[in-house]
Ligand binder design. Structure first.
Ligand code: ADP
Ligand code: MG
Length: 616
């Protein structure tokens, strides 16, 4: 067979295989083009999961009639000069439109700001038609019909229409979050309408755009993240541990304003919350990395969803460090959704189980109908009833809120030695223990309920971790050193981290080319599969330049021990003990949630309580 040059159309279809994976990739390319053209309004319409129709209308700079044929030709772009490493626009390859045109029926209609008429060009399965004059508004309208009709094999690989529709929504949200000043409208016969109003391009505007996308409760349950190291800047918001989702879809990451789906960033977020969340829960976050373009390669894949950092360890460390620091500094915040769900349950004791926070986990037994409402079992029964039935303080010792929210002299005495000062602390003065697990405390303007088991477990865990990492961990000598064979690069990387690993109790050294000898392992781990541990560590160091896995395994053991050593619910605490627990929680970073990410306390503002009683 002789060697031939591939036809232009075959080249375009091959490129389409890479750039255009599914309808959402087309949407991404078209929306990025609109943004590159300086649009302030972008309207996206879809039908049939984007396979039947995709339309993107923008009010950007437009394309001159005579340039329309260029726009749909391969490697023609108005955006890149000669330096591939200095990429400022979203697009730069000049291959999206020709690729799309080679596998669909594409029409491009545009009018430039100064131009007095519009023009249109149509491409069908790679055949480019003539430029025709048409009436058009300022800006550009791109219509893609029958995507992949020209490549039936690709069409077969499409997921359900619903999955494609959802993927389009996801990509539009990801892009829109980074461009708050642009109004995005997403409509279609296959979906409800999403309309994201333009907001100012300042910090407050960004937060508004974030809440348009991640939900109105997000800002109240998020911590600002801000950090910088060696020229890499990180900013954004990450949720407090009691505000989580069942998947990681609500984690939005950007590198130099470009949305990315990156394993390193996702792993760093997971690592940051490791202590705070159970394995099956995921934080919600919007993170923006600003990196010198010379230190990051966004050119890895044509779809440009992942990136390659020159120094991955630095980026991971920055993200993990900044989020952990924010979590620790916030320490004492429980999710407002907990309090909100509780208020709702209080407000509507006769409603069905749906009265909770919507996910069917309402914990309030009294909300079960049709059982008639009874004072004794109502969540809004007076505290004395709850306390005496649970054997807490006697009714005579109960504290009472006086009208102005202050506490009378005898109730102050009743709470043991709790000084008036305790009232000014975030968790206040303990007033009672109910159901042998919940500490009811009072601050100057709120009622606080603490889950004593969860709180204590967290305190023990933090103390253990501190103790563990304060000095080198005890190691257990192996009878015979275990030799683990590895690729030479891995052996070398492990050797480079030997000192850090030794502190964690893992003693190893290089053992000739392509092997390490392990002499001792962390005593806390007990029996370990040494080769597996060593290979996992080598993988991690290769990927992230850290050996966090080992530290994480050790912390996990600390968490398990903490769980066993904690005050069980059911233990009665004396007032001094309760107050001591509250003060210790205030002093301990991260104690606002238990080791499994559930809140350790709920705070109800007096103002809200008054509202419940119709006093406001
Ligand atoms: P790239 O975006 O990588 O340059 P594309 O194939 O996506 O490549 O687009 C080719 C060219 O067409 C762009 O460089 C730009 O000049 C022009 N273009 C495409 N879409 C638009 C639009 N919505 N508004 C103005 N110009 C556009
Ligand atoms: Mg483009």
């Amino acid at each position: 067979m002789s060697i031939r040059q591939l036809s232009e159309n075959v080249i375009n279809q091959i490129a389409a295989g890479e750039v255009i994976e599914r309808p959402a990739s087309v949407v991404k390319e078209l929306v990025e083009n609109a943004l590159d053209a300086g649009a302030t309004r972008i309207e996206i319409a879809t039908a049939g999961g984007g396979l039947t129709l995709l339309r993107v209308i923008d009010d950007g700079g437009g394309i001159a009639a005579e340039e329309l044929p260029l726009a749909v030709s391969r490697h023609c772009t108005s955006k890149l000069s000669d330096d591939v490493h200095d990429i400022r626009s979203l697009g730069f390859r000049g291959e999206a439109l020709p690729s799309i045109g080679s596998v669909s029926r594409l029409s491009l209609r545009s009018r430039q700001a100064g131009g007095d008429s519009g023009a249109e060009i149509v491409v069908e399965g790679g055949r480019v038609g003539p430029v025709k004059p048409v009436a058009a508004n300022r800006g550009t309208t791109v219509e893609v019909r029958d995507l992949f009709y020209a490549t039936p094999a690709r069409l077969k690989f499409m997921k359900s229409e619903r999955a494609e529709t959802a993927a389009i929504t996801d990509i539009v949200k990801r892009i829109a979050l980074a461009f708050p000043a642009v109004r995005f409208t997403l409509t279609g016969t296959d979906r409800g309408t999403t309309d994201l109003a333009a907001v100012p391009e300042d910090g407050e505007g960004l937060l508004r755009r974030i809440s348009q996308i991640l939900g109105r409760e997000f800002p109240e349950n998020a911590l600002p993240i801000e950090a910088e190291r060696e020229g890499v800047r990180l900013s954004g918001y990450a949720s407090i541990p009691s505000f989580t989702r069942g998947n990681a879809l609500n984690q939005f990451a950007y590198v130099n304003g470009r949305p990315v789906r990156d394993k390193l960033i996702a792993g760093a977020i997971r690592g940051a919350y490791m202590d705070a969340l159970p394995r099956d829960r995921h934080a919600v976050a919007a993170l923006f990395l600003d990196v010198d373009p010379a230190l990051v390669d966004v050119n890895v894949h044509p779809a440009k969803a992942d990136v390659r950092f020159r120094d991955p360890g630095l980026v991971r460390g920055l993200i993990v460090g900044a989020i952990r620091q924010a979590l620790e500094a916030s320490g004492m915040r429980a999710a407002t959704t907990g309090a909100a769900a509780m208020l709702e349950a209080f407000q509507n004791p006769a409603a069905g189980p749906a009265a909770g926070n919507g996910d069917g986990r309402s914990r309030f037994a009294a909300a079960r109908s049709p059982e008639p409402w009874r004072m004794e079992t109502s969540p809004s029964r007076p505290l004395e009833m709850a306390a005496s039935s649970a054997g807490g303080f006697g009714a005579g010792e109960q504290a009472a809120f006086s009208v102005d929210g202050a506490v009378s002299a005898d109730t102050r005495a009743a709470a043991g030695d709790a000084p008036a000062e305790a009232l000014r602390q975030p968790l206040g003065a303990a007033r009672a223990q109910v159901h042998e697990n919940y500490i009811v405390a009072q601050t100057e303007d709120a009622l606080v309920i603490v889950d004593q088991h969860a709180a204590h477990e967290r305190l023990v865990y933090e103390a253990l971790k501190q103790a563990i990492h304060a000095r080198p961990l005890p190691a257990q000598m192996l009878l015979m050193p275990e030799i683990v064979d590895l690729p030479e690069e891995d052996a070398e990387r492990l050797g480079g981290h030997a000192a850090f690993l030794q502190r964690l109790g893992l003693g190893l050294e290089r053992f000739g080319p392509g092997a390490v000898a392990v002499r001792e392992t962390p005593s806390m781990l007990g029996e370990v599969d040494v080769p597996k541990l060593v290979r996992d560590l080598a993988d991690e160091i290769a990927e992230h330049d850290t050996a966090e896995t080992l530290k994480e395994r050790i912390d996990h053991i600390a968490a398990t021990m903490a769980c066993h050593g904690s005050v069980r619910s059911g233990r009665r605490l004396r007032p001094e003990e309760m107050n001591a627990l509250l003060r210790q929680m205030e002093a301990t970073p991260g104690s606002g949630t238990c080791n499994h990410g559930r809140p350790t306390y709920i705070e109800l503002k007096l103002a809200d309580i008054e509202k419940l009683f119709g006093r406001r």
